[in-house]
Design a protein around this ligand. Structure first.
Ligand code: F6P
Ligand code: MG
Length: 468
């Protein structure tokens, strides 16, 4: 029987997540609100902030002591009822013994009510500080990519031979998708175990080259063919949608992919889908999109002002070279122009923060479904989106991806490409024997029954389902 991964299963990454990572994430959230409370002079805001800290501390207690799961309070956003319906189906399950997918979404939805029910903190993002810090520490890779992007756009515009021969086009498309894929290795909810130095090692072109062998499934040729087919059919409007994952470096590489698709004529419009509430620490909110663009517009103070930690350590960041500044300015002009002209669109929807698999999206979110059907290719970024596509269930790892995504697969009218670095237990689409081979590698899980190789973002899949 197909079963969702559970926080009660000792062999699952869910077990550790609930017991180790959630308390750390909640402690960091408490610390963040404290810092803002101490920095404000507004007394009403301080008072309310202290109450939020208390609520976060209680929530941490509830998780660690496996207290009963309280219904989500009505905070004016109708999805509270969807959560509470699911809660009813959970029966006696608690924080430490229930569906990992549901419980983790529920955790972030609970947190969101503390803010949505407040007066002064409604739009506050408890994870914003962390997002900004990691983006700043991605500086080497950001600058390297900015130079590469500018060169690429110039070549495309100059219509260089090397950019419109079909083989060359395929190669470029793969390069951009791989940049976009590995940007997902660095999300902040895993930062509880990774240092900034570890993260920098995961970024950059050298790292990408050596990580190519870690891509277990590469369906990019099919995704490329879908875009070329739409172009050949002479469709005037050809849309690509990106269901975003993380802010910071990952959003930056998503914009690199979006900008490339528009410049190369593989799409005429790109629609970006962010989250509507602070989500899984680093997920993109609409405000992150605006903030990223404004950092690119004015990068010197961002990169040259020492962070709190740097101040403590007496470190002064190196000044930004003129060429890097010019490259970032180029990116800003390109992307803000696409945005202003309506080719790069940001479109939030509360559906993306529901606790359920995407299997029933066509029935559960009819408007969203109709909208997505107008797209030539829908790129789902990251691990959580993959878990939702596959229902976060213990599939046989050789199950074909189109089968595991059920209602989103063949016949749905949707072409789906998932770019995911593996950070959870679920995986599908592997050739027979591959899972066993990976388990047998050092730290892969061995005979324990745990799929440990899949937990740390070292391996990746790029899986396609043609549903049109
Ligand atoms: O903690 C649960 C989890 O979904 C992990 O699977 C993953 O490490 C992380 O959160 C989110 O990853 P992503 O940002 O790639 O969706
Ligand atoms: Mg994320």
């Amino acid at each position: 029987m197909l079963t969702p991964y559970s926080t009660g299963d000792k062999n699952s990454f869910a077990w550790q997540t609930a017991r180790v990572r959630w308390p750390v994430i909640l402690t960091q959230a408490i610390d963040d609100v404290y810092r803002t409370v101490s920095a404000t002079k507004d007394e009403a805001k301080q008072e309310e902030g202290k109450k939020i800290v208390e609520k976060l501390a209680n929530l941490k207690y509830e998780v660690q002591h496996d207290r009963p799961l309280a219904p989500i309070e009505d905070d004016g956003f109708p999805d509270f009822a969807v959560y509470n319906e699911e809660l009813k189906k959970m029966g006696s399950a608690g924080w430490l013994n229930g569906s990992w997918l549901f419980l983790e979404c529920y955790l972030y939805r609970r947190i969101s009510t503390f803010f949505s029910q407040s007066k002064q903190w409604k739009d506050y993002d408890i994870f914003n500080r962390q997002k900004i810090n990691t983006f700043r520490s991605s500086r080497p890779a950001v600058l390297e990519l900015a130079a590469r992007y500018k060169e690429l756009v110039k070549d495309l515009r100059a219509d260089k031979e090397a950019t419109h021969d079909e083989e060359a086009e395929r190669l470029l498309f793969s390069e951009m998708c791989e940049v976009c894929l590995w940007g997902n290795a660095t999300d902040l909810s895993l930062l509880t175990t990774l240092t900034y130095e570890d993260i920098q090692k995961l970024q950059g072109s050298e790292a990408r080259k050596s990580a190519e062998k870690n891509i277990l499934i590469n369906d990019l040729p099919a995704a490329f063919d879908a875009l070329k087919k739409a172009k050949a059919e002479g469709k005037a409007e050809r849309r690509v949608d990106i269901i975003l994952d993380n802010a910071g470096f990952e959003l930056y590489v998503d914009l690199v992919l979006a900008g490339y698709l528009l410049t190369a004529g593989l799409a005429t419009h790109v629609v970006l889908h962010p989250k509507s509430i602070p989500w899984f620490v680093s997920d993109v909110l609409p405000s992150d999109f605006a903030e990223t663009l404004s950092l690119l517009a004015n990068p010197k103070p961002f990169y040259e002002t020492p962070s709190d930690d740097e101040q403590l350590q007496g470190i002064t960041p190196a000044p930004l070279a003129a060429v890097d500044e010019a490259n970032l300015a180029f990116l800003f002009q390109e992307w803000s122009k696409f945005h202003a002209e309506g080719q790069l669109i940001i479109r939030p929807n509360r559906y993306w923060t529901r606790p359920t698999p995407f299997w029933n999206l066509p029935e559960e979110a009819k408007d969203l479904y109709e909208d997505l059907k107008a797209s030539e290719l829908i790129v789902f970024k990251g691990d959580l989106n993959y878990r939702k596509l596959t229902g976060d269930c213990d599939w046989d790892p050789t199950t074909p991806f189109p089968e595991a995504i059920k209602g989103m697969g063949p016949g749905s009218g949707l072409n789906i490409l998932s770019l995911r670095t593996c950070k959870a237990d679920v995986v599908v689409g592997l050739p027979p024997g591959k899972d066993e081979e990976l388990k047998a590698t050092e730290g892969g899980g061995g005979d324990s029954g745990a799929r440990q190789w899949g937990w740390n973002g070292k391996w990746a899949v790029m899986s396609f389902s043609g549903g049109k």
